[in-house]
Ligand binder design. Structure first.
Ligand code: S3P
Length: 168
């Protein structure tokens, strides 16, 4: 089972991926972490300083390509993977099922209000514009939409697992 979690920054992809990988005993792929390894950087600010957003997007393509044939994995993507069609094509290979963790912008803004780790979340106004621009892309690429506002990690994981059980 190849499970791909997409969604805006702060939608809970990493936390939900950990929960699902534990429950299903599947390995986890954290795309941002692999991107640091591949670019010899230790965080997103450093990666952006080295090659800007384009370095991240190129790196995301090669990670998705490397994992295209992996059939047992939970992939926690970076929030911007939907900007690159090639990345999404590779992610969806090997029967990958894409789950969109759909959080409202107020939820995101509340979660990220004191977070300084994300180069593309510098202020609320610009972030909201990015959010609106990306929303149709998340919907376009998702096989399932999971609304996550006001839900616990366990509730979100259970919804995803229910969908997966119906596939088996
Ligand atoms: C980004 C999201 C981040 C990270 C980078 C760019 C984006 O991942 O890949 O800062 O473009 O939305 P998270 O969604 O895990 O924060």
């Amino acid at each position: 089972m190849k499970i791909i979690l997409i969604g805006f920054m702060g939608s809970g992809k990493s936390t939900v991926a950990k929960e699902i990988s534990q429950q299903l005993k599947l390995p986890i792929l954290e795309m941002d972490e692999i991107a640091y390894q591949k670019t010899n950087t230790y965080n997103m600010h450093e990666l952006f300083a080295k090659g800007g957003e384009s370095l991240l997007r190129q790196t995301e393509i090669s990670i998705a390509q490397e994992y295209a044939l992996v059939k047992r994995v939970v992939i926690s993507t970076g929030g911007g993977v939907v900007l690159t069609p090639t990345t999404m094509e590779h992610l969806k290979k090997s029967n990958g099922k894409v789950f969109f963790l759909n959080a409202s912008f107020p939820t995101i803004a509340d979660r990220l209000k004191s977070d300084t780790s994300r180069p593309l979340y510098q202020n609320k106004i610009e972030a909201e514009a990015l959010f609106c621009y990306r929303q149709p892309l998340y919907l376009k690429y998702s096989d399932y939409v999971i609304n996550v506002d006001k839900k616990t990690i366990q509730e979100i994981a259970r919804e995803i697992l229910e969908q997966i059980t119906m596939l088996i």
